[in-house]
Design a protein around this ligand. Structure first.
Ligand SMILES: Nc1ncnc2c1ncn2[C@@H]1O[C@H](COP(=O)(O)OP(=O)(O)OP(=O)(O)O)[C@@H](O)[C@H]1O
Length: 297
């Protein structure tokens, strides 16, 4: 059964450019899907429509084959929005006890604490939790009702590396119970490491969708690396969509490695040449690039 169905969904906040344009997407039960895109790509707007918090201007959203409102009212959808929503003076245990009483088929508070790795912190007030612990509390609040669909908008934004890792471990424990999870992220490594499928959004539209391997294959980008021999100008070579400085080496992400290598040769810049299949990061840059992006060179 299809858990999430977006059919030709669009939304505009009022400006001339719509925030989301004609997005169609289907997510099956038990899938973990990442919505990946740069700032302003339309990720949050899409998730807000999916949660029934913004009405699509065109198109339809269905959850579990029915209207969004019915799925939300039945407690089948858990959400962790980007920020806020947790009273600072409440204790972790009181908050979870309160939500436990609200949902029709909640998990025991102890189970929610364990899932979120908050065991031993039930008596602590929210304001005395670290950033990572607060985020995991918001995760526990989102899952205590045992939602079939969990929607997470940039769940690890503003967390350090260790806290991010702990937050993902908690999310994966829930996904392992066969639940459907949709999360948004800017981080390619998070999409690559935690999702079965990646939807790449850019400027309000879906520009790629598939497994990380599919996305890489689809763009067919390669990385051409040479020892740096010129101070600038790499971004203007044919095919190049991104340039990165790798400590004396220059890595060029290119959609046409043959043309790039020929141009490097013509300019006398072929030194210790390496050509390799690109990673997800390069694929993402290539997909979302309007003009070559230069980093560190
Ligand atoms: N409340 C709002 N009022 C007006 N425009 C908005 C509003 N929220 C978002 N937008 C605009 O809609 C577009 C899509 O924004 P959205 O927040 O959905 O993108 P996003 O991919 O979630 O970005 P980010 O990763 O920065 O959160 C952007 O151009 C943004 O400026």
């Amino acid at each position: 059964m299809t858990t999430v169905e977006l059919d030709h969904v669009s939304y505009a906040y009022g400006g001339a450019t719509p925030a989301v344009r004609d997005v169609s997407l289907r997510i099956g039960a038990g899938e973990v899907v990442a919505m990946l895109g740069p700032n302003g790509a339309g990720k949050s707007t899409t998730l807000l429509m999916l949660l029934g918090m913004l009405p699509p201007r065109t198109g339809t959203v269905r959850l579990f084959g029915g209207p969004v409102a019915a799925a939300v009212a039945a407690g089948r959808v858990g959400a962790m929005p980007q920020a806020g929503g947790v009273p600072p003076r409440s204790s972790v245990g009181d908050l979870l006890e309160f939500l436990h009483a609200v949902y029709p088929q909640p998990m025991p508070v102890a189970e929610a604490l364990a899932l979120a790795d908050l065991g031993g912190l039930a008596g602590r007030t929210v304001e005395r939790l670290s950033g990572g612990q607060q985020q995991r509390l918001r995760f526990a609040m989102a899952v205590i009702g045992r939602p079939d669909l969990l929607v997470l908008d940039e769940p690890t934004a503003a967390l350090d590396v260790q806290a991010r890792r702990e937050c993902w471990a908690a999310i994966r424990r829930y996904a392992a119970q066969g639940r459907t999870v949709l999360f948004s992220t800017h981080h390619l490594d998070e999409a690559d490491g935690n999702a079965d499928r990646i939807v790449v959004l850019d400027r309000g539209t879906v520009i790629a969708c598939g497994t990380a391997a599919d996305v890489k294959r689809r763009v067919g980008v390669r990385t051409v690396t040479v020892t740096a021999g010129a101070p600038a100008g790499y971004a203007d070579l044919p095919g190049v969509v991104a340039v990165a400085d790798r400590g004396g080496r220059v890595a060029l992400t290119t959609t046409d490695s043959d043309a790039t290598v020929l141009a490097l040769a013509a300019a006398g810049l072929v030194r210790d040449l390496e050509v390799a299949g690109a990673g997800l990061e390069e694929a993402f840059l290539s997909l979302t690039a309007t003009a070559p992006r230069t980093e560190g060179v």
